[in-house]
Design a protein. Structure first.
Length: 330
DNA sequence: CTGGGGAAGGGGCCC
DNA sequence: GGGGCCCCTTCCCCA
């Protein structure tokens, strides 16, 4: 069974009047990894907020009533490009939209590999905070992934997932012929056995184009292709950044920083149209949509636009008939 | 019921 | 590789 941390789902928010969401309290964390936080204690101990970097969203001091520039009149109707510089992909239908981990039951990240084989002391999981995939793989099929080398040595081989029994006996004998070295076409390392080369190419060769290592979270079923991504994810379980005021824990320092603003009342982001201030930049961005006649999300059926995807989804589900195949308006 | 605000989460990117 | 930040998204609450 999984060695999960004890997570207490608070029934109410009495311990923090500002919270609207249930709070996960890690009561015990067996083999708790080191504090992966950057400087959470510095943040909470000092109680001093780091300055928010200036941006296009014009942060202002918490209690400043003066504005650096008069609000433009009247509000521009189309979203300012400075806020939406990206080319957005088509919105995902909510039924397929990703959900946050604490709500999700099914893993969002299917394993990259059918299996991961441990390689002894040099294992990437030597860090106690990182665990090997807790899904014990099915019996390892030798040659489950094998490279097919092209004639041109400068080209990377393709990988095939042919079952082991598909390899002809003569092929195996060829691969194990004494004196024959199996060289990695990507990095040049040679191995006495084909399986050695195969393992190298699957899990160690950074130059290769084959599948890379996978890093599995020991607290849930998510799998990442990089150690950094896994470490970042693990913080969502360990929640190393703790608010000294209410005790709520967060995965990242800047999340805690934003939370502390809910206590201090600091709202560094102000709307240039109505002068309303927000503690969160994204909330200001959403607010700016309310000043626009043509909003970000439009119904493909009736062309009505909405400031939020959730509103469009409700609209579509409410009988417009257009479904939730929303399109963003720019 | 709808629309908006508040709070928070995650991945990605840049330094 | 890690930290900080950005952006998007989601959920909850309220008017």
């Amino acid at each position: 069974m999984l060695d999960m941390p004890v997570t207490v789902m608070a029934k109410n928010y009495s311990h923090c009047p500002l919270k609207k969401r249930p709070v996960h309290i890690l009561e015990e964390l067996p083999d708790e990894p080191q504090n992966l936080s950057t400087k959470p204690e510095d943040l909470s101990r000092s109680g001093r907020l780091t300055s928010v970097s200036p941006s296009s969203l014009s942060p202002v001091s918490p209690h400043s009533s003066e504005k650096t520039s008069p609000p433009p009149s009247p509000p521009v109707l189309s979203p300012s490009p400075q806020f939406y510089p990206k080319v957005y992909p088509p919105p995902i239908s909510p039924e397929y939209a990703p959900q946050t981990w604490h709500r999700s039951v099914a893993p969002l990240y299917p394993p990259v590999y059918p299996f991961v084989e441990y390689m002894g002391p040099a294992s990437p999981y030597s860090d106690s905070s990182l665990s090997p995939p807790h899904h014990h793989p099915p019996p390892i099929q030798p040659l489950a992934l094998r490279p097919v080398y092209p004639a041109d040595p400068s080209l990377s081989p393709t990988w095939t997932a042919s079952p082991p029994h598909s390899a002809a006996p003569e092929d195996l004998s060829e691969k194990r012929r004494p004196g024959v070295r199996h060289q990695c076409p990507d990095c040049g390392k040679s191995y006495s056995t084909f399986s050695g080369l195969s393992k190298h190419r699957q899990f160690h060769c950074a130059a290769g184009e084959g599948p890379k290592k996978s890093f599995s979270c020991k607290f849930c079923e998510k799998v990442y292709v990089s150690l950094g991504a896994l470490k970042m994810h693990i913080r969502t379980h360990t929640l190393p950044c703790k608010c000294t005021i209410c005790g709520k824990a967060f995965s990242r320092p800047w999340l805690l920083q934003g939370h502390i603003r809910t206590h201090t009342g600091e709202k560094p982001f102000s709307c240039t149209y109505c002068n309303r201030a927000f503690a969160d930049r994204s909330n200001l961005r959403a607010h700016l949509q309310t000043h626009s006649d043509v909003k970000k999300y439009s119904c493909p059926t009736c062309s009505k636009t909405f400031s939020r995807m959730s509103l469009l989804t409700k609209h579509a589900e409410g009988g417009c008939g257009g479904g939730v195949h929303a399109e963003k308006v720019y």
